[in-house]
Write a protein that binds this ligand. Structure first.
Ligand code: XMP
Length: 512
């Protein structure tokens, strides 16, 4: 990486967002542990350092500290909130508990000109969230801005490129916060701002080739965004040294297996090993109706099938995974080493001990939207890049109770109709997920002059940012009517369609 800014993580909920905003300025950034030493940072040669906010008080025993050597590296530093308080503390200032916690919007008044606020109006709305504040600034520090409640809302060390701000420029409630970040990265740190996905691909391809050499790599392809983009990137770098393993667990959506084989095998000409293990999975799942048990059986069987496939390939040294940056950050504790732990459930966790692969995670530094951009640059179609999330256990968690081939087919047919109508209505890319759920209950109906006694499907459509919380979506009447009548007319075996109108919480998105 040519130029980068590192963000020291002091436990702020906004750390990822800071890194995200820096990347919006086309500067590569990464979040690192707040215990990183000056020597380690120096070895990374970043152009700038940001000290994040955090929940602690700088004088608390055990509060995360700063290697003071970091301030002597000659690299510009911006302390945000807790980061500013640390900066001031290490330069002889005072930090104390404010009589009232300041939380919410505040009017920032810029008092002294500086490169940090260059090109900005003298009054700015900013977002504050702090209990402690700087109360005494030593001689060596000059005040740059104030708010009504905070007389040191921004400051700078005289003669040094060390800045502190009490507000949060990274959140949307600080509308011009991005300008502060841009000023820091470009004006103060002197970054060019030339980082983009094309340069990421170029650098990654080079790095993958250097690492892999002539060795072979396998990757578990699910058809989802992350594994698809990882596959495309690795394929560009090492071509047929990569083998993708795609397992049909019998719980895929209609035509999904064909779609994946068409795109990756036939169009993109990847070395794709397609394993139809549907019978194996369905046998193991026969009669299993408890949701957690089902998940367990599906997860275990996947590992067995994947391991068998991996064993049948000779001389594979690397296992590639589509791990992304939020996975990495989520798994790093405030005092931990960012590279130490990876979420255990990620793709193919828990392979048997005889299979020892080295991990390759080419997307581990990218946010989801950056992964999508890489996919687009690599020529993957929108239907892959913007695909809605699909759970690992597949239709297993959308078919309540024990699955059978026949009832899974009913669900597949209904789901295909629903998603087709959602796409026609232009809603597919607007909602987080839209799918059908099979209910193993029979109800009475009448079709023509005949009594029917058939199964029920539910329609589930939600809006969400990250799947953690979700709202049900109010679909247009006409669309609901069309979907209902098509499902009943086109899928014999179903005679009732119901609508799920619960949000998460209290419900979950999937039904099992
Ligand atoms: P829930 O049902 O917990 O789902 O509200 C939240 C989001 O996660 C997806 N999901 C999964 N994804 N493996 C996955 O890769 C799983 O086991 C799994 N379970 C749920 C779900 O589709 C939703 O987007």
């Amino acid at each position: 990486m040519k130029e980068s800014i590192v963000v020291l993580d002091y436990g702020s909920q906004y750390c990822q967002l800071i890194a995200r905003r820096i990347r919006e300025c086309h500067v590569y950034s990464q979040v690192i542990s707040c215990n990183t030493t000056a020597e380690e940072i120096s070895a990374m040669s970043p152009k700038g350092i940001i000290l994040s906010g955090g929940p602690a008080s700088v004088y608390d025993s055990g509060a995360p500290q700063l290697d003071p050597g970091i301030l002597e590296l000659g690299i510009p530093v911006l302390g945000i909130c807790y980061g500013m308080q640390l900066l001031v503390k290490y330069n002889g200032g005072n930090v104390s508990t404010a009589p009232e916690r300041e939380y919410g919007r505040a009017l920032l008044q810029i008092k002294n000109s500086s490169r940090l606020f260059e090109g900005m109006e003298p009054e700015q709305t900013v977002w504050m969230s702090h209990g402690d504040k700087v109360t005494m600034e030593p001689e060596c520090i000059e005040t740059l801005a104030v708010t009504a409640n905070c007389e040191f809302a921004a400051c700078k060390l005289k003669g040094k490129e060390l800045y502190g701000i009490q507000f949060h420029p990274e959140v949307v409630h600080s509308p011009n916060g991005i300008q502060v970040i841009r000023n820091f990265c470009l004006n103060i740190c002197g970054c060019e701002g030339s980082w983009n996905m094309a340069s990421f691909i170029e650098e990654s391809v080079k790095k993958i080739r250097e690492t892999v050499g002539k060795e072979r790599v396998i990757l578990g392809l699910s058809g989802g965004v992350d594994s698809s983009v990882a596959a495309a990137l690795l394929h560009k770098a090492i071509g047929h040294q990569l083998t993708c393993i795609f397992v049909n667990n019998g719980l895929l959506r209609k035509n999904e297996a064909e779609r994946v084989q068409d795109l990756f095998g036939r169009n993109l000409k990847m070395n794709l090993r397609y394993i139809d293990a549907s019978d194996r999975f369905l046998e193991k799942l026969a009669g299993v109706d408890e949701p957690e048990k089902k998940r367990h059986v599906i997860g275990n069987e996947f590992i067995n099938v994947f391991a068998d496939a991996a064993r049948s390939l000779d001389g594979v040294k690397y296992l590639a995974q589509g791990t992304t940056y939020p996975d990495v950050i989520e798994s790093m504790s405030i005092n931990g080493n960012p590279s130490a732990v990876i979420k255990s459930h990620h793709n193919v966790g828990g392979l048997p001990k005889d299979l020892k692969f080295e991990l390759l995670e080419p997307l581990r530094m990218l946010f989801k939207d950056e992964v999508r951009e890489v996919g687009r640059e690599l020529g993957l179609p929108d239907e892959v890049i913007l695909r809605q999330p699909f759970p690992g256990p597949g239709l297993g968690v959308r078919h309540l109770g024990a699955v059978t081939k026949r009832t899974l087919d009913l669900l597949r047919d209904a789901d295909e109709i629903f998603v087709e109508e959602i796409k026609k209505a232009g809603l597919y890319f607007k909602v987080w997920q839209a799918f059908c759920v099979f209910l193993p209950v029979k109800t009475v109906g009448v079709m023509g002059d005949h009594r029917t006694y058939d199964y029920v499907v539910a329609l589930r459509v939600v809006e969400s940012q990250d799947g953690m919380t979700a709202d049900w979506v109010n679909l247009p009447d006409a669309l609901l009517r069309r979907v209902s009548s098509r499902i009943i007319n086109e899928v014999p075996g179903l005679n009732r369609v119901v609508l799920d109108i619960t949000s998460k919480p209290p419900s979950t998105i999937e039904w099992e």
